[in-house]
Design a protein around this ligand. Structure first.
Ligand code: ZN
Length: 352
């Protein structure tokens, strides 16, 4: 009976581990052809930050042994001079060696479809084989490309199509500041709201590997010309100016402003296209009313910058329910995420 269960387990492994092929380059590691994968790895509903991407060998996903499995309380011992990996938790253990498909557990000898390999110093092990040996289930979310142990994650991080070897530069401009408060309603100053969202956007873009520049990082007075000059001087790909709007108390929604001059184009992206992408993302993420993409030839920041630039008016401070939302951390974070998504989409189009 044990044998049958074992055979069934092996059969299940073979049937379930098939993974779609990723359009990525491969390389030989420890004698096996391994393709780098963009799949996310999650444990108990949380996507892990790993020191390197998973690799796929013969359709099996391999992950960094220690950082993936320590979340489950598995200890990994690595003996580099023997090429031997020992993973253990409680009474269960697996002993494997680099480039070898035979694994030893405390009870039996098992055959793996893909062997552990060494990728630039990191021990990579087949996720499903190891997880199941420790009694965990592994699932595959094909839509989001997530291999998960335990619960499926409800949310996955953005996955940008930016080219890894290119340096992308984005200037983030928090509107107003210092002696210029911008709109002031309900005890909220626009300059503070803009800076808060701009800082969140800065953190999100940095996490995507984008080189960012902020026109101000605190409550400083900065001239309009200094803002565009920074963007021109660093050769920015994009300039995003964060503002909030004022109007009558009934008006609400997001609006994006741009300069109509077609020379403000970089790569395949015009200022108008950038504005459209920003507006679309604000409306989609914030579920805000679409107040349009508007030409503004006379605004200094837009007129004097020579790359695609926008002023993103996130919401109306004069509308009490929109202002109430704008005051919350979650709405400011969503606004920053919308702008992050817009920047990623725009950079992809720019360099396509
Ligand atoms: Zn403003």
């Amino acid at each position: 009976m044990r044998k049958l269960a074992f055979l069934l387990a092996v059969l299940t492994l073979v049937l379930l581990v098939a993974v779609p092929s990723f359009a990525a380059s491969g390389e030989y590691y420890s004698g096996y052809w391994a393709v780098t994968s963009n799949a996310f790895i999650a444990v108990d509903g949380k996507v892990l930050t790993l020191e390197r991407n998973p690799v796929v060998i013969d359709g099996r996903i391999l992950v960094p042994a220690r950082t993936t499995f320590q979340v489950l309380g598995v200890t990994t011992d690595w003996y580099p001079s023997y090429g031997v990996i020992e993973m253990s938790k409680g009474s269960k253990s697996i002993t494997m060696s680099i480039g070898n498909k035979v694994a030893y557990t405390e009870r039996s000898i098992k055959y793996m479809e893909a062997p552990p390999v060494l990728v630039n110093g990191t021990v990579m092990v087949p996720i499903r084989f190891v997880a199941e040996t420790f009694g965990e289930n592994v699932g595959w979310d094909a839509k989001n490309e997530v291999a998960y142990i335990g619960n499926k994650p409800a949310e996955v991080p953005s996955r940008s199509g930016l080219k890894p070897n290119r340096t992308y530069k984005v200037v983030i401009d928090a509107g107003h500041g210092g002696s210029q408060s911008g709109a002031v309603y309900g005890g909220v100053k626009e300059k503070d709201l803009n800076l808060d969202i701009a800082k969140r956007l800065n953190a999100l873009l940095k996490a995507e590997g984008i080189k960012t520049y902020m026109t101000r990082e605190n409550d400083a007075t900065v001239s309009l010309y200094a803002r565009s000059a920074l963007a021109n001087n660093v050769g920015a790909d994009l300039l995003v100016s964060v503002h909030n709007n004022a109007g009558n108390s009934k008006t609400s929604g997001s609006m994006t402003l741009y300069h109509p001059d077609s020379s403000k184009k970089k790569g395949n992206l015009t200022a108008y296209e950038f504005a459209q992408i920003v507006q679309k993302n604000l409306n989609k993420t914030l579920k805000s009313k679409d107040m349009g993409v508007i030409q503004r030839p006379n605004l200094a920041v837009l007129r004097t910058s020579n790359m695609p630039a926008v002023i993103a008016e996130i919401g109306y401070m004069t509308n009490s329910s929109e202002l109430a939302k704008l005051k919350t951390d979650s709405y400011k974070q969503q606004a920053a995420e919308a702008l992050r998504n817009a920047v990623l989409e725009s950079l992809e189009k720019m360099y396509k």
